[in-house]
Design a protein around this ligand. Structure first.
Ligand SMILES: CCCCCCCC/C=C\CCCCCCC/C=C/C(=O)SCCNC(=O)CCNC(=O)[C@H](O)C(C)(C)COP(=O)(O)OP(=O)(O)OC[C@H]1O[C@@H](n2cnc3c(N)ncnc32)[C@H](O)[C@@H]1OP(=O)(O)O
Ligand SMILES: Cc1cc2nc3c(=O)[nH]c(=O)nc-3n(C[C@H](O)[C@H](O)[C@H](O)COP(=O)(O)OP(=O)(O)OC[C@H]3O[C@@H](n4cnc5c(N)ncnc54)[C@H](O)[C@@H]3O)c2cc1C
Length: 632
């Protein structure tokens, strides 16, 4: 799955990267540890001539529990995408050498989704050839940007550009926040950390108030638009291009989701293989809980999702690279496609893994509630993915907006993008491919069912919107009246994408891998398809892609698939080739000694470093001895 990290031994030989000790760290300790880790990985990269890919894999091996995540995953990419060549020549070397530390400051206390309503302003002052940056009111302050709280010396601030009395919309501005001499905030800058979060507390997400902060005109990142010395606004590309960084991060989030669900399914499956509990025959030996059909039903979806997301990330990375290369040459033809695809898939991937991670946690029984199992921590660390880079509902709606455009083109007989080529088909020409039970064992037949369901969902909401408009509703009311169906259509398209990528990737692999491996992957792909239909059976029935007879066959085949996957389940998670220090879980160690590792973790618990707790002397001793308690 993930390229085996040949440098794993080097990385995990150092205590800094051994994860057992993180439990009990304070926020400041987590924060410092994260910075220390990234800088040490940088040193290892130089010492061992690692590539950038090695660096990225090292970060992933540490589950992104490192510092400078926004600097590396947003600040630098934003300079690469939004700056002119001269600006890149100035800022990139400083950023890449950590001489400046950056953040991407877009979200405000009052607005995160609605970028058009961002309140921060950058007003051009022709007298001094500067922009004056201001967060005019409480709700305007930047709020959430990673590394903003205590680390960033610079921010790419997204602000409404004002020239004279005209607003030219959101544009990017490079703003220095702190002195490079003593790290103190510069005049007009009020900055700090927004406080503890549910997880990811090594990251100093911060707030930023800008009180008439002046920056030179050349600090507006001007690849897509610029302001001349005499105050003229010149747009050289669509202002959507200023959204480019978010598209890249949405792609990265699909891989982040893949990484976390691999951890979760590995822990759940390895633990379920060693955990014995109860027996089916009275007096018989206790069973591996992995042999219970219900346990398989709970955790095999996360196993299948791990592979499905791996194949989808690989496919979308190729799609993104093609689109990005064109966009950077000024050809925005694929911008709408890549935005629509990645908006929806980021939402679908993060929804899928947060749901399946909780199922993995539940499948570990009581021990799933211990931090030492790590599944719960992984879930807390993953939860933000349904919000960052665009709240999932909003992202599905962006995807749906793209799909509506595509189906309109299809119905008008115009060309459509490759990912939506199925919309060219006559919706009435579909016939159910599953005419007998064994057809349910063919992923290609299932793919046709997914295709019809997605096409039907998109066509149905498009018709309803048209009906609402023709019956006199205005555009926004008609839209709001159909948001739930629009989200449903986007999800249907995304689930089709995952299934299509899974089927196509396995058939490509079949040409080169052993038949044994091919049959295991085919089985997992089949299960992924069957399970997806069963969990959304209402939508599949509604689309008439299947009837009740087909659903009955599919449900039966899904349960058969569980038994077929069982013999290979542990091997399929071992194939992730994840180091114990990456998984970090006492329940998911390669050696299977879950109880020993749980007990070792308990012994490391700070409270166990003394036998008698301080509370004994304060409260318990007198209580136990029947002495009257002093006034508390
Ligand atoms: C140390 C480790 C690092 C090492 C690297 C390791 C690899 C990194 C791994 C993982 C990194 C992941 C890091 C995760 C951390 C993330 C931290 C969080 C960051 C953030 O959250 S940044 C802020 C994100 N905010 C948003 O996403 C805002 C969401 N809102 C919007 O995008 C927009 O408001 C909107 C799309 C909802 C609405 O846009 P708008 O107001 O313009 O109105 P519309 O009419 O809908 O759209 C107009 C037009 O624009 C097109 N459009 C919109 N968005 C885009 C886009 N992004 N790209 C292209 N085009 C876009 C839209 O389709 C419309 O076009 P048409 O008019 O239809 O043609
Ligand atoms: C851990 C973390 C790290 C972050 N890091 C950064 C960062 O580095 N830089 C940065 O700029 N931002 C960052 N953010 C902010 C993040 O981008 C926003 O939180 C996100 O875009 C969602 O916007 P919001 O918080 O305003 O939610 P809202 O948009 O207010 O969402 C609230 C509810 O309203 C609904 N809603 C909103 N608009 C619509 C609509 N048009 N149609 C239907 N429903 C709607 C949403 O679905 C949601 O249910 C971070 C956030 C988190 C949690």
């Amino acid at each position: 799955m993930q390229k085996t990290f040949k440098n794993e031994k080097i990385l995990f030989a150092e205590p800094l990267f051994q994860c057992d000790g993180l439990a009990g760290f304070t926020r400041s300790e987590l924060y410092e540890n994260a910075i220390h880790r990234t800088l040490r990985i940088n040193q290892l990269k130089k010492e061992h001539n690692w590539t950038q890919e090695d660096f990225d894999i090292a970060i992933r091996c540490l589950n992104y529990e490192v510092g400078f995540v926004i600097h590396l995953s947003m600040f630098i990419p934003a300079i690469e995408r939004l700056a002119t060549d001269d600006q890149k020549a100035k800022w990139l070397p400083l950023a890449e050498s950590y001489r400046i530390l950056g953040t991407y400051a877009q979200t405000e206390l009052g607005h995160g989704t609605n970028l058009m309503a961002l309140e921060t302003t950058a007003t051009f002052d022709p007298r001094t050839d500067e922009f004056v940056l201001r967060t005019p009111q409480l709700s305007s302050m930047k709020w959430w940007p990673g590394s903003l709280g205590k680390t960033a010396t610079h921010a790419i601030v997204l602000a409404q550009l004002i020239i004279g009395n005209k607003n030219y919309g959101m544009n990017p501005f490079m703003v220095q926040l702190r002195s490079l001499e003593d790290h103190m905030p510069l005049p007009g800058i009020i900055v700090g950390d927004i406080g503890a979060k549910l997880g990811a507390n090594s990251n100093d997400n911060g707030f930023l108030i800008l009180n008439d902060v002046r920056i030179p005109r050349e600090n507006m990142l001007a690849r897509n638009s610029k302001v001349t010395k005499d105050g003229r606004y010149i747009q050289t590309s669509t202002n959507k291009a200023n959204y480019a960084t978010m598209v890249l991060v949405r792609l990265s989030i699909i891989r982040w989701a893949e990484d976390t669900i691999k951890n979760g399914s590995l822990i759940a499956i390895r633990y379920s293989a060693v955990r014995r509990q109860s027996s089916l025959q009275a007096g018989g030996p206790e069973m591996q809980v992995l042999d219970y059909q219900t346990q398989q039903y709970k955790i095999f979806p996360s196993l299948a999702a791990s592979y499905a997301l791996f194949f989808t990330y690989e496919a979308m990375m190729k799609e993104y690279e093609i689109a990005y290369a064109q966009i950077m040459r000024g050809n925005n033809q694929l911008l709408g496609q890549i935005h629509g695809q990645l908006s929806g898939l980021k939402a679908f991937a993060s929804d899928l893994v947060t749901y399946e991670l909780e199922m993995c946690r539940r499948s570990c029984g009581g021990h799933g509630y211990l931090k030492a199992s790590v599944v719960g921590e992984t879930l807390l660390h993953t939860l933000p993915l349904v919000t960052v880079e665009g709240d999932n509902t909003v992202m599905y709606l962006q995807c749906a907006r793209y799909l509506l455009k595509q189906i309109a083109k299809a119905l008008a007989g115009q060309d459509v993008d490759e990912p939506t080529s199925y919309l060219k088909k006559d919706i009435l020409s579909y016939t159910c491919p599953v005419q007998k039970g064994e057809h349910c064992t063919n992923p290609n037949y299932l793919l046709k069912i997914y295709t019809q369901r997605a096409h039907s969902a998109i066509a149905s909401v498009a018709r309803q919107l048209q009906f609402d408009l023709e019956s006199g509703k205005d555009q926004s009311s008609a839209f709001n009246n159909n948001l739930v169906s629009l989200v449903q259509a986007a999800k249907a398209h995304c689930q089709l994408c995952l299934m299509k990528n899974f089927v196509e990737s396995v058939s490509a692999l079949e040409r080169t891998c052993s038949e044994n491996l091919a049959s295991v992957l085919r089985q997992l792909c089949l299960y992924f398809g069957l399970h997806g239909i069963v969990t959304a059976s209402g939508e599949f029935l509604e689309s008439e892609a299947i009837g009740l007879q087909q659903l009955e066959w599919i449900k039966a085949e899904e349960l058969k698939s569980l038994a077929a996957i069982r013999p290979n389940a542990v091997a399929l998670v071992d194939a992730f080739d994840l180091h114990d220090q990456t998984v970090m879980s006492a329940l998911g160690r390669y050696d299977g000694n879950a109880y020993q590792h749980l007990f070792e973790a308990a012994k490391r618990e700070p409270m166990n470093q003394t036998q008698v707790p301080p509370a004994y002397y304060k409260y318990l001793r007198d209580l136990i001895k029947g002495q009257p308690l002093a006034k508390l």
